[in-house]
Design a protein around this ligand. Structure first.
Ligand code: SF4
Length: 377
């Protein structure tokens, strides 16, 4: 690699995602690569992450997201070693550093430690404010513990907090959804991520044969969009709402087709135009890092047309939509006629809006994004 190429690489802005796979138990709806009962190996895992980070040494990082799993179960020593190691390994020019917390592991001293380690955004997995739904989801916190965790994060100095919520539980009524939204709004968080309960292939719910009604999910989603908008939270993506200026920069980079490094068990990355994914079990990750410093299980480089189509589909997840002309200029290829005709057709059906070269989804379109994607592929 020439010096010019190297300089270009280290000056390119990239997001960093780090997966912390530890959980105290596996929630029945979860399909993430997590591990239970291995927390005593937290420091060993952090050292493995820092070994893996050497593969990308010197890169300029614009946003950091520590997700999981449950990052907040790491002890303060491990969090400190990880944070210092990242500062040493990367050129960190970061405007947003997010740390995910589960309510049951939010302690004031730990939250203050995370904040003073440079994390300036907290994401808190609350999911619901009703005991029966927390229990259905197999969550490890009570309603008062969830509310108290939020207050502790504020006390620790987090002035940018996102809360995660879910809706569409079997048997949930519209009144119960409203009660959850009221409770969430009363916290006055800067950001809300809210997801319809889905039955993921590898989850326990899938094994149990849990089924959802699409019509109920759609009605609930419409209510969510209307209620959060009414409360002054701007929707900027299918499941994400924020106060002005608090949209997640890390996630926006992802949806805009930007580059990101993924470290850890099952992490994915997109670096130098190439996508990669790591092995997705804890033992295989630890072994691969020990033996060679890399846990990459596979790589692919998308052709410009495929990459451009992917950017179009990600762009349609965002309320701002996507500029067709700008994509064609960026990738130096043209969308084919069939795809442009499909976009025109879906605009006439009220699923998309076309304004010049910009295309975005309507509220109705956001309900059927998967079907839109199928037509455009
Ligand atoms: S949902 Fe979150 S807390 Fe539950 S098992 Fe999955 S990653 Fe862990």
């Amino acid at each position: 690699m020439s010096k010019n190429q190297f300089n270009k690489l280290i000056h390119m802005k990239t997001s960093l995602y780090i997966h912390i796979p530890f959980c105290s138990k596996k929630c029945p709806y979860c399909s993430f690569p997590v591990v239970v009962g291995q927390l005593p190996r937290g420091m060993e895992y952090v050292q493995a992450l820092l070994s893996e980070a050497l593969l990308y040494e010197g890169r300029k990082i614009s946003h950091v997201y520590l997700g999981g799993g449950t990052p907040s179960v790491l002890d303060e020593a491990a969090i400190g070693v990880l944070s210092d190691g990242l500062k040493h390994n990367f050129s960190i020019d970061v405007s947003e550093r997010t740390f995910e917390f589960n309510p049951e592991s939010v302690l004031l001293s730990k939250a203050m430690h995370v904040r003073s380690s440079g994390f300036n955004r907290a994401s808190l997995g609350l999911q619901s404010f009703q005991p029966k739904f927390l229990s259905y989801l197999g969550r490890g916190h009570s309603v008062p513990e969830g509310i108290s965790a939020f207050q502790v994060l504020r006390q620790a100095g987090f002035d940018n907090i996102s809360i995660d919520l879910m809706f569409g539980f079997p048997g949930q009524t519209m009144g119960e959804l409203d009660a959850d939204i009221d409770a969430a709004l009363s916290l006055k968080s800067e950001h809300v991520s809210i997801y319809a309960l889905t039955v993921e292939d590898k989850s326990l719910f899938a094994v149990r044969g849990v089924k959802m009604s699409d019509d109920t999910q759609a009605a609930f989603y419409n209510r969510v969009m209307a209620r959060l908008k009414e409360a002054g939270l701007e929707q900027y993506e299918v499941s994400n709402f924020s106060r002005p200026g608090f949209a997640s920069k890390h996630n926006m980079n992802y949806w805009q087709g930007g580059e990101y490094i993924g470290l850890g068990v099952g992490a994915h990355g997109h670096v130098d135009g190439q996508r990669y994914w790591n092995v997705d079990t804890f033992p295989s990750y630890m072994q691969r890092i020990r033996e060679g410093g890399s846990a990459v299980a596979g790589r692919e480089k998308l052709a410009p047309t495929a990459k451009m189509t992917e950017c179009l589909l990600f762009g349609l997840r965002m309320n701002a939509g996507v500029d067709i002309d700008a994509l064609e200029k960026k990738f130096k290829v043209r969308f084919d006629r069939r795809m442009l005709d499909e976009i025109g057709c879906m605009a006439r059906e009220g699923l998309l809006i076309q304004e010049g070269s910009r295309v975005r989804t309507t509220d109705a379109g956001r309900l059927v994004l998967d079907a839109i994607a199928v037509k455009l592929l």
